[in-house]
Design a binder for this molecule. Structure first.
Ligand code: ADP
Length: 467
């Protein structure tokens, strides 16, 4: 069901329930009020007759005359239309008003008993010829006893008719009012939803090709504008990640195509003519190196995609940075020696931190490999471990090419390679983004200080184990 119809039905039902409750309360209250009015008027008539009734010893004729005189003289219409009966102490009727038939009012046994006990009673009886009649039975005391009993009755047909009219009115009024409330509710909902329709139409025009397009509705209310703003922000985020994805796949394809074309070029060149075993061996070695680089790039990509999916788990434990660095040095010693780059380690006592030692070794290895790669032969790579009050600082410093100041902010981005490193055959531009993630996942940070032509210092600042 469309929302407009749902709201219209809801409004209608709500109005119907409320109106039914209110009408019910009003109906009951009205009925009670009319009945009270009738009782008051019966009580007043009985009171008038009671004070006017002659004293003990009056004959039935005298009483009848007195009553007829009262009925004739009194201007009260209620009195004139009332059915009156007066009984003596032995339940014989002394007087009956002329407007009623013989059996219109009847004194039942319980009424009589209550009257003799000195109490007034009200009751409603149904008489087939005149309908429902409300009666009052009042004892009249004279000289210490109940001398007469007055019974006054009055038809309550007018009350019944009034209540029936009210009921019919309500039965018409409630459905009509509920229908109008439903129509009004539907109309209001349509008005409220109109700006949303406009926003939805504009949103439909936004596709992956024109994500930069904004949804703007000048006429919309504040709430709807909040919605469009949230929608635009979401589109901006989507656009950003679309661009990132495009850049990422461009970079991946570029990187892998470059490695593959080197591999292909070398292989094709080798196959152009018959070669010596030594030459074949050299080509295979070069190819193997390219394949290892491809493998390295793919592994780094897989690592980063795991990081992006939030699936990278840290195998936490306490470990000594000193031993991790020693391991890294022994791993790169041969490469450094081959490149004639000296490696020095300056470390104090053991430095315990909490985290994943394998990931940390990978991060330090990356920094050291970069340092060796970007340092010309004859240069130096130094590693320092320093302990502060609550943090450890691991520095990898080299006397290499250095990084231009304007490029430093970008070197931690994926696939970013500073200009001078493009000439180098190594490197995919992924290493430092992985290092940054590892350091940050150990609640640390990384700082770079570099001077072109003099060298670079990468410092990892990590919280000590006890903090
Ligand atoms: P790569 O695999 O290309 O080294 P990284 O992400 O590790 O990728 O490094 C990004 C870029 O930062 C490198 O291409 C290089 O230009 C620069 N860089 C990193 N370390 C050094 C360093 N020690 N000396 C000079 N430049 C460096």
């Amino acid at each position: 069901m469309v929302i407009r119809i749902r709201w219209a039905v809801g409004y209608g039902l709500f109005a119907a329930v409320i109106l039914t409750l209110l009408s019910g309360v009003h109906y009951t209250h009205q009925q009670q009020m009319l009945q009270n009015q009738k009782d008051d008027s019966l009580r007043a008539i009985a009171g008038l007759l009671e004070v006017s009734i002659p004293a003990k010893g009056s004959s039935a004729l005298a009483i009848k005359k007195r009553m007829e005189a009262i009925l004739a003289d009194h201007p009260d219409l209620e009195l004139k239309s009332a059915m009156i009966k007066i009984y003596d102490g032995s339940r014989s009727a002394l007087f009956s008003s002329s407007i009623m038939e013989e059996d219109s009012l009847q004194m039942t046994e319980p009424m009589w008993t209550v009257a003799l006990s000195g109490r007034t009673t009200f009751s409603t009886v149904y008489r087939y010829n005149i309908g429902s009649v409300r009666t009052i039975v009042v004892p009249v005391f004279r000289e210490g006893g109940v001398l007469y009993v007055i019974q006054v009755g009055s038809s309550i047909r007018s009350i019944k008719t009034a209540m029936q009219d009210l009921l019919v009115l309500n039965l018409w009024f409630i459905p009509i009012a509920a229908l109008l409330a439903g129509i009004g509710g539907g109309w209001m909902t349509k008005r409220v939803l109109k700006p949303l329709d406009r926003v939805a139409a504009m949103a439909c025009e936004v596709s992956s090709e024109n994500l930069s397009r904004c949804v703007v509705d000048e006429r919309a209310d504040k709430e709807i504008q909040g919605l469009t703003e949230a929608f635009n922000q979401m589109i901006n985020r989507l656009e950003k990640s679309f661009h990132q994805m495009r850049d990422f796949s461009d970079n991946v394809s570029h990187e892998l195509r470059m490695l593959l074309s080197i591999l292909r070029g070398e292989t094709e060149l080798c196959l152009l003519q018959r070669r010596s075993v030594e030459e074949y061996r050299k080509t295979l070695e070069n190819n193997l190196e390219q394949m290892l680089r491809m493998e390295e790039v793919i592994e780094k990509l897989l690592f980063l995609s795991k990081v992006d999916r939030g699936e990278m788990e840290l195998h936490q434990m306490e470990f000594d940075l000193f031993f991790v660095i020693k391991e890294v040095i022994s791993q790169v010693e041969l490469t450094a020696k081959g490149k004639k780059v000296a490696i020095h380690l300056r470390a104090g006592s053991s430095t315990l931190i909490h985290g994943d030692p394998i990931l940390m070794r990978g991060a330090i290895l990356n920094l050291v490999q970069n340092a060796i790669t970007y340092t010309p032969p004859g240069g130096e790579v130094s590693l320092f471990i320093e302990k502060e009050i609550n943090e450890a600082r691991v520095t990898v410093a080299d006397t290499g090419l250095g990084i231009p100041g304007n490029e430093i902010p970008y070197i931690f981005e994926r696939f970013y390679r500073a200009d001078q490193s493009y000439s180098s055959s190594r490197g995919s531009g992924l290493g430092l983004s992985i290092v940054k993630w590892i350091v940050e996942s150990h609640r640390g940070r990384i700082a770079v200080d570099s001077v072109v032509g003099k060298g670079s210092r990468f410092t990892m600042i990590l919280p000590l184990s006890s903090f």
